[in-house]
Ligand binder design. Structure first.
Ligand SMILES: Nc1ncnc2c1ncn2[C@@H]1O[C@H](COP(=O)(O)OP(=O)(O)OP(=O)(O)O)[C@@H](O)[C@H]1O
Ligand code: SF4
Ligand SMILES: [Mg+2]
Length: 357
């Protein structure tokens, strides 16, 4: 897949008011997303996932680095993007309330992005009707207000609103974490259907590793504003090579009593402050494999082939240690069998509450 999005050595520092110090939120992030591909972005709270997403859609200004969309530089704020790129990259938030104005009828909310593109009214009406049906809602709902819809229906409307400009890339920031398991599964199935029909690429940000495993082609694991491991999602989940990825997988709560975890990698202690980042590997204070060198030097990226990249001096030792991921992979296959069965019987899948913080 040729990349449509290329993020290169991205840094973001937020100034702290009344101080000369900064929150070092993003610390050299590099990745790409191919046309029609889903890249999952996972990591603990505060690791920088939303900030990366906001930089891509031009809502947060970069401190350093470069972002290109189909070869064009979009490192500047969205207001300064070339006109022909408007509508090509969209964002869906965790809370549909962030995308939908409570005082605006659904039809008007879905239509709004077309106004900036100066689409004529007759064309707008047809596109709105098509958009609401694409997300599985009826045209009658166009007259309703957000409060008259369930949370799942609101998120469908937010997706219709994002898709109406025919974007080639959508950043989905925790789009299912405010939903119950049934609505969550329905939204995932909807996103996959849309991707199959329209070839839209997704950057899918989530804490929910089961959902990320299910929807993504590749995954990037973020820790303290760095991607510590990225690669094919099946490979990274089945055989993680970074202690942080292995630790995240071992912290997943498997909902099925048939499965249990015997991980040999558990992360300990608190996440260091992004205001005062440690020297060397950012994970050294929490990593059971840390050696003296880890506290002095930042491990460089190691390319394991097939796009699998890891930043760890001891990734070969991790490969031979981790058992949790095998159990996780087995659980995932079971979840996929359940989902495949439900896809034929009806729209609902339930991947369970497999989240971690
Ligand atoms: N506008 C801001 N001003 C100052 N600091 C910020 C700002 N936005 C984010 N941060 C800080 O940047 C870091 C990354 O935050 P971000 O919201 O990107 O993380 P996240 O991975 O999306 O977390 P979560 O999973 O909780 O949504 C955090 O330390 C956060 O406090
Ligand atoms: S480089 Fe060292 S501290 Fe960092 S993840 Fe690898 S073993 Fe752990
Ligand atoms: Mg976030």
């Amino acid at each position: 897949m040729s990349p449509i999005l290329e993020v290169e050595d991205l840094y973001k520092r937020f100034p702290i008011s009344g101080s000369r110090r900064y929150v070092q939120a993003i610390n050299g992030v590099t990745f790409s997303v191919g046309a029609g591909e889903t890249l999952g972005l996972v990591g603990e709270s505060g690791s920088g996932k939303t900030t990366v997403g906001r930089c891509i859609v031009g809502l947060t200004e970069l401190s350093a680095g470069r972002i290109r969309f189909k070869g064009e530089d979009i490192s500047k704020p969205r207001a300064r993007w070339p006109r022909h790129l408007l509508g090509k990259i969209q964002l869906v938030f965790q809370e549909p309330g962030e995308s939908l104005d409570p005082r605006m009828r659904i039809g008007r909310s879905i239509e709004e992005p077309l106004l900036a593109l100066k689409v004529p009214p007759s064309e707008r009406r047809a596109l709105v009707a098509e958009a609401i049906e694409r997300v599985g809602l009826s045209r009658e709902m166009l007259e309703l207000y957000p409060a008259e819809l369930s949370a799942g229906q609101q998120q469908r409307v937010a997706i219709a609103r994002a898709m109406i400009t025919s974007p080639e890339l959508v950043v989905l920031d925790e789009p299912t974490s405010a939903l119950d398991p049934t609505a969550r599964a329905e939204i995932i199935a909807l996103l996959m259907k849309i991707q199959a029909e329209l070839g839209t690429a997704y950057l899918f940000i989530s804490h929910d590793l089961s959902t990320v495993r299910f929807i993504s082609h590749r995954v990037a694991v973020v820790y303290l504003g760095m991607i510590v491991e990225q690669g094919d999602v099946g490979e990274v989940f089945a055989a993680p090579r970074h202690p942080y990825s292995a630790g995240l997988l071992s912290a997943v709560l498997l909902p099925h009593p048939h499965f249990s975890l015997e991980s040999s990698i558990r992360l300990e202690g608190e996440i260091p402050s992004p205001i005062n980042l440690p020297q060397g590997c950012f994970l050294a204070s929490r990593c059971p494999l840390a050696i003296a060198r880890c506290r002095q030097e930042m491990p460089p990226p190691d390319n394991l082939g097939g796009g699998h990249m890891v930043h760890c001096f001891r990734h070969r030792d991790v490969a031979s240690m981790d058992h949790a991921s095998d159990t996780f992979a087995e659980f995932q296959r079971e979840a996929e069998r359940i989902l495949a069965g439900q896809k034929t019987a009806g729209p609902v899948c339930n991947l369970g509450g497999t989240s971690n913080g």
